[in-house]
Design a protein around this ligand. Structure first.
Ligand SMILES: *Cc1c(COP(=O)(O)O)cnc(C)c1O
Length: 472
């Protein structure tokens, strides 16, 4: 493709992007296709001769777009929206064009140095204390994986990487019963064994980890000759927005010499609001924390901010230095490949820098604050309705609810009714929700975090929920 052709297609593409964004509400939120439907439209074998971009684009619109779930839709209330804001999209275009691979400082000094600066800015925005150093990972899961690995190495005096985990006594990791599945996955991958992950019970009202139960679990493991290495506390659990209390948990970790990692993947964005900094009371006991600007801070997926109090253990765990990666500046600069699992790294700092600079802190605060206020209001609508039940509080911009028609008390029947309700809502395509279980019961999550979501979208979705429920 010559430059002129590239230019022409790029201009046309930008027009398409802007039109898409303006008209995204025309599409069903969740793709309305069944398994295999899209694949059946795609030829199996590669073309012998190159094809013009026009035909590719025609096929994109005709064959692929119907199978796209529209994450930027303002009625996307499922999971956690992956926010794609205009400045972030612009930065992604630049990133794609530069095509950087940011594994070591030398492969792009600007990327490494911008990453350090932008992480420092974000640290200030979140109210994290001085002394926390940040690095951008692809996901909260990979940040947590690298952290539990670090805790394992520290606990084995940096020997498990060499000798394998078999040479050590069983290690144990702690999280709450509400914790994200990525912890369990990491513990399995790292060789600690899922059976050695302790899911500490939560308080029945707040869904937060019970510190007394954590303390007892750690003490029992010590007594049984095992080695407790890491506690993962969550700010904002995925199902019920539980917020673990860092101070008592941190004191327990201090007392037992156990690493405290905080998973604040989605709720961490609320730390831009001073009125939510109570969530990090006790931060002085925290060794590391991860939050995802790609969930609620208007930055395109992928961008996960991973903070550590001391980068040395992390780097000591993950650094490995083959000859082909040696550079003259090693030791003087941060080679971020040593801070995570993959060697290769995208230039992710650019989009976060675009977002922070173009919005400014005040506008970002307003957006997060407005989402929380709307979620609170929506939760109050649920509470006011006799045949609906609020299943978890709207502490931040997420709550769970279920339909509970009068006269039906059988829990299994209620689970089925709510599952049917969820499918009907999503099949209608005007809004998109996902489910969770709260104290074993099927519940529908209402997650309000899309940048473009206004109160009217939430009100329309609530009308639809009521009407659909009463027809189930
Ligand atoms: C979303 C989420 C994760 C996983 O985030 P990824 O960046 O997709 O790995 C982990 N923990 C919590 C609490 C989450 O909400």
């Amino acid at each position: 493709m010559d430059s002129e052709t590239f230019r022409r297609h790029a201009h046309a593409l930008v027009d398409w992007l802007a039109t898409y964004r303006d008209g995204v509400e025309r599409y069903p939120v969740r793709a309305q296709v069944g398994p295999g439907e899209i694949a059946s439209r795609l030829p199996l074998s590669p073309p012998r001769e190159g094809e013009p971009i026009e035909s590719l684009f025609r096929d994109f619109e005709r064959d692929l777009l119907p199978g796209v779930t529209h994450w930027p839709h303002p009625s996307f209330f499922a999971y956690f929206p992956a926010n794609a804001s205009p400045p972030s999209i612009l930065a992604e275009m630049l990133t794609a064009t530069l095509g950087l691979q940011c594994m070591v400082w030398q492969t792009s000094p600007a990327a490494a140095e911008l990453e350090a600066r932008v992480m420092e800015r974000l640290r200030q925005m979140l109210g994290l204390p001085d002394g926390f150093t940040g690095v951008i990972q692809a996901s909260a899961s990979s940040a947590t994986l690298s952290l539990i690995l670090t805790a394992r190495e520290r606990a084995t005096d940096w020997r498990a990487n060499e000798a394998g985990v078999g040479a050590h006594k069983p290690m144990t990791v702690y999280c709450s019963a509400e914790t994200h599945s990525s912890i369990e996955k990491a513990v399995g991958i790292i060789g600690i064994g899922r059976a050695n992950l302790r899911k500490v019970p939560v308080d029945g009202d707040s869904f937060a980890m019970r510190p007394d139960a954590l303390d007892a679990a750690i003490a029992a493991d010590f007594a049984a000759g095992r080695k407790p290495i890491c506690v993962v506390a969550t700010l904002g659990t995925t199902g019920a927005s539980g917020i673990d209390a860092l101070r008592p948990i941190g004191e327990i970790c201090r007392c037992h010499g156990v690493w405290l990692h905080v998973d604040a993947a989605w709720a961490g964005s609320a730390l831009v609001l001073p009125e939510y900094r109570w969530m990090i009371d006790g931060i002085e006991h925290v060794d590391s924390l991860v939050m995802n600007p790609h969930k609620w801070l208007l930055t395109n997926f992928d961008c996960s901010a991973h903070y550590v109090r001391d980068p040395d253990p992390l780097v000591r765990t993950l650094a490995i230095l083959p000859d082909f990666l040696k550079t003259r500046e090693r030791g003087e600069v941060d080679d971020y490949r040593d801070w995570g699992v993959p060697l290769g790294r995208r230039f992710r700092a650019l989009k976060l820098w675009f977002v922070i600079r173009s919005y400014g802190v005040a506008a970002l605060q307003e957006i997060v604050r407005a989402h929380i206020a709307t979620a609170r209001e929506a939760a109050s609508w649920v509470e006011a309705e006799a045949d609906f039940e609020l299943m978890s509080p709207a502490t931040l911009a997420l709550f769970a609810f279920r339909y509970r028609p009068r006269g039906i008390d059988d829990e299994a029947a209620l689970d089925r009714i709510n599952e049917t309700l969820l499918h009907r809502l999503n099949d209608a395509g005007r809004a998109y929700f996902t489910q969770t279980r709260i104290a074993g019961r099927y519940a529908i999550r209402f997650s309000i975090r899309q940048r473009t979501t206004e109160r009217r979208h939430v009100a329309a979705a609530w009308r639809e929920i009521r009407e659909t429920a009463r027809g189930v």
